[in-house]
Design a protein around this ligand. Sequence first.
Ligand code: NDP
Length: 252
Amino acid sequence: MTAADTGPSRDGQADGQAGRSVLITGGNRGIGLAIAKSFLANGDRVAVTYRSESNVPDGILAVQADVTDEASVDAAFTVVEAAHGPVEVLVANAGITKDTLLLRMSESDFTSVIDTNLTGAFRVIKRASRGMIRLRRGRIVLISSVTGLYGAPGQINYSSSKAGLIGMARSLTRELGSRGITANVVAPGFINTQMTAQLPAETQKNYLATIPAGRFAEPEEVAKVVRWIASDEAAYISGAVIPVDGGLGMGH
Ligand code: NDP
């Protein structure tokens, strides 16, 4: 394999090989934790951020951070960099919902979701990009949602934030692509986590009826795709939106 096949190398290792410094925001549960375990199994040095509870398995470094607070993000990166070196793979996963119909949605319901899901991603990506630009290598993965493309009643705040991540990844690609950095979006459909467990049974039933795969997915199914898009095999993919939704958002 040539350097052109593998991208820039570090200490003789090809980009994408095991042993990278990986950081996942909101990695203490749900999809983020599944992603963290997947990179750990790959042999990477894995850190996650959490807000309240850090109960992650041995081998994963848990650092407290609130993505709505720039100083807190900076402090978390400083800890991760000291332990694992500059972040080479960043997964912007932390997210919240505050679902309600438009006429009942307060401005703070809207702005708080944007602040966590969209501006929060901007904060962590900006902080991670320093090290990636210096290394001339990096993988940024933004966890969006099928509703960012497809829309959903009651989710004007959430779907706006998730659609914004697509523009972010594409602008990042144009800005940082020549530095060996890729930025891609993974757009899950309905995944079994605490976030979806809180939806009313009727809503869950309605979603199920519209999913061609006829089932919801497990967080591990998203994790495998994230790990692959951050791998050496995906070095020439950037600005892409990869659905993991059982066909729900097809054509959007
Ligand atoms: P969970 O609700 O299970 O987990 C959300 C994670 O985000 C938690 O770790 C939470 O930390 C963290 N988080 C929330 N707000 C902040 C904040 N301000 N600062 C730092 N961390 C924060 O969600 P899922 O695992 O289901 O979702 C993960 C991502 O996937 C989200 O971006 C979500 O929008 C997206 N997604 C999920 C789908 C699903 O069906 N589940 C479908 C499509 C997309 P803490 O535990 O401390 O609150």
